[in-house]
Design a protein. Structure first.
Length: 333
């Protein structure tokens, strides 16, 4: 009997009710006086006490499935019954597309791959060592404030990674030079959400470690990247900066000008927009990751993908990338 009830349950669940007529027929078959549920209850009465336990539970389940189905159908007006319940109906012609952030990320990855870099990845939930300590950011270091952190747990600190530099720490700790890798991924910072900042965003960070690597190698690479990505006419500049894990450090800016109000605002009136941070990996970071700092040197860089996507597509509000509004996304088909 149990098997029989199971089959009825499947039938009730799968029944397609597209009209009031279907609903009536369904009710008659399962829930009427002479219907299936009632006749099962009549047979139930004749069972032994042991059998009653299991069978009773299943008959009640079947009854509930049928009643829920009818309740649901009633909650929908008969006029739109067809459109709501026919789950097999084809959708409109919009078939979906790659999200603009994924598109930009893929384009950047392809450029670095063509320049000899391979992709590495790591966890989004990190420990303090990989996200901070190994990168020359001991506890209470003021530069930790630059990266407001979401903690998952404290003592020991487990957090959402604030940059994908943590992937590079893992990579360096597990392999020896030559290293030439990029780490794309999602990162998290406890920042107020605005048109220029979000608490979740995407980064691509790069790392190159070998013998005799110099600052000029890095500058060349980043200029080649920017020209491939933005076009040969792009105007760039390098500016000294500070990161705890690189020395010397720099930032690369793209010139947008101040002709439009949007560009004026975005560049805070300077015409220049920062697109990435970079520098020579601090020898202390190398030794933290068991790499011989006497023999090897290297550079690292990191960029925010949303910011680059905003630049490339002329999007003025970063929040649009997270809202999944189809009318926005369709533009990137
Ligand atoms: N990790 C830095 C950040 O998230 C970016 C960076 C990477 C800067 C590598 C320099 C070198 O802001």
């Amino acid at each position: 009997m149990l098997e029989e009830i199971r089959i009825y349950c499947l039938e009730a669940k799968d029944s397609s009710i597209k009209s009031n007529k279907d609903a009536e027929a369904f009710k008659k078959r399962f829930l009427s006086k002479s219907g299936i549920v009632n006749s099962l209850f009549l047979r139930f009465k004749k069972l032994s006490n042991d059998e009653k336990k299991a069978v009773g539970k299943d008959i009640n389940l079947l009854k509930k499935i049928c009643q829920d189905k009818i309740k649901f159908v009633k909650s929908i007006s008969s006029s739109n019954l067809n459109s709501v319940l026919d789950l097999t109906r084809p959708t409109s012609n919009f078939t979906g597309s790659t999200h603009p952030i994924t598109k930009i990320s893929n384009q950047i990855n392809e450029i670095f791959k063509s320049l000899g870099f391979y992709i590495s990845s790591g966890p989004e939930i990190e420990d303090d060592w990989h996200n901070f300590e190994a990168l020359n950011l001991p506890k209470n270091h003021p530069a930790r404030d630059m990266q407001d952190t979401f903690f998952v747990k404290t003592q020991p600190d487990i957090l959402l990674r604030t940059h994908t530099s943590s992937v590079q720490v893992r990579h360096m700790s597990e392999s020896q030079p030559p290293i030439r890798t990029i780490s794309p991924g999602r990162v998290f910072r406890n920042e107020a959400i605005s048109s220029r900042a979000h608490c979740i965003f995407h980064q691509i960070e790069g790392l190159y470690i070998d013998e005799n690597v110099s600052f000029i190698d890095m500058k060349n690479l980043l200029f080649v990247f920017a020209k491939k990505f933005f076009g040969n006419d792009v105007v760039l500049r390098f500016r000294p900066s500070y990161f705890p894990f690189t020395e010397p450090s720099a930032e690369m800016d793209v010139f947008l000008g101040t002709e439009t109000l949007a560009d004026y605002r975005l560049t805070k009136g300077t015409g220049w927009l920062e697109i990435l941070g970079c520098g020579m990996v601090d020898p202390k970071v190398l030794s933290n990751c068991s790499i011989d700092q006497e023999k090897y040197s290297g550079y690292a860089f990191g960029m925010g993908i949303e910011r680059i996507a905003m630049l490339k597509y002329g999007v003025k509000d970063l929040r649009l990338f997270f809202e999944n509004d189809l009318s926005f996304l369709k533009q990137f088909n």
